[in-house]
Design a protein around this ligand. Structure first.
Ligand code: ADP
Length: 308
């Protein structure tokens, strides 16, 4: 198996005292479209900044297409294109020049750089703006310029840090079409986002990071299948007979008279209650048991984050 990214026991604490990454290990397969999902402050940007050595890790190992960033940084860097959250180009420079000048950092010859820049500028819908000073671009165009710049040296791995923050819906769609196209052509993509729906629409695999730790890693399909089930905890007057409960609920007994149920969302509970009644079990109380992932996103909604 070949990996676009391998992280082993990555740790990072900032001087201010917060532990931004806590023993993070992660593998992203070559060719994948991978989501790193987590609420604000989870550690996503720190992780991304370590890849480009903008932030120094405290310990751990990072390999990009097998190249260790400590021992083989130049090769690792050649494989990597990063689109950070903040616009970090010279706002007085013209669009086309920004992309061409970036190619210079990778030793790409001028003629080749111009050709590649024109191709990307056109693909990303910036052609009419190519000779404009970048400060006059809209937010969405600036984002696309950042993507064009990150792709100029044809990286095998493109990392997009919260790319749709502040981008309108129509533009978001065309941006995704473009990113899906380059993924289909072989570029591995890692996308950080706090929009569950965005990750769902695009990504094949996902890791969820919370407070600097990977709390879940899964393929998207199983993650969503998991989300389509609901769990309840019922306090009963006596221990039920599990074997007779309806087959649609996956039930287990907690502490004698407490029953935990997992069932498909929207499944009616009438049959279950009738059966419990038949067994002489009164339902004294019932509550929805949210899982770790749901808790994460309840936190997000609680923090007033808009969903796409
Ligand atoms: P995310 O990108 O998921 O929002 P970050 O990586 O930006 O998360 O932040 C992870 C944690 O590290 C947060 O607690 C944040 O406050 C802290 N942090 C990030 N950058 C710095 C910094 N330069 N100095 C001190 N603390 C930081």
């Amino acid at each position: 198996m070949s990996y676009a990214l391998e992280l082993e026991n990555l740790n990072k604490s900032y001087k201010a005292g917060s532990r931004a990454l806590d023993d993070v290990s992660l593998k992203v397969e070559a060719g994948d479209f991978f989501a790193l999902l987590g609420p604000n402050g989870a550690g996503k940007s720190t992780l991304i900044s370590i890849l480009s050595s903008l932030v120094q890790k405290d310990s751990g190992c990072v390999k990009i297409f097998g190249h260790d960033i400590d021992s083989d940084f130049a090769a690792a860097k050649r494989c990597l294109g990063i689109v950070p959250q903040e616009f970090n180009f010279n706002t007085f420079e013209k669009v086309r020049d920004i992309v061409i000048n970036q190619a210079g950092f990778y030793g790409i010859r001028a003629a080749r750089a111009a050709e590649r820049a024109d191709y990307l500028i056109e693909q990303l819908g910036l052609w009419p703006k190519r000779n404009e000073v970048s400060r006059y671009l809209s937010g969405g165009m600036k984002r696309r310029l950042m993507i064009a710049r990150a792709l100029v040296h044809k990286p095998k791995l493109l990392v997009l840090d919260e790319p749709t923050a502040g981008v309108d819906i129509e533009l978001r769609r065309s941006l995704w079409q473009f990113v899906e196209q380059i993924n289909a052509e072989g570029t591995s993509i890692i996308l950080t986002t706090h929009y569950l729906e965005e990750a769902e629409a695009l990504c094949r695999n996902v890791a969820i990071i919370d407070a600097g730790r990977i709390v879940k890693q899964s393929d998207m399909r199983s993650l969503l299948a998991g989300l389509q089930r609901e769990s309840f905890v019922l306090d009963l007057s006596r221990e039920p007979e599990l074997a007779s409960l309806p087959s649609y609920c996956d039930a287990k007994i907690l502490e004698g008279v407490r029953l935990e149920l997992s069932l498909a969302k929207g499944q009616a509970l009438n049959e279950l209650v009738l059966e419990l009644d038949r067994q002489g079990c009164k339902v004294l109380s019932m509550r929805n048991k949210s899982n770790r992932l749901e808790e994460l996103f309840v936190n997000l909604v609680g923090a007033g984050v808009e969903h796409v």
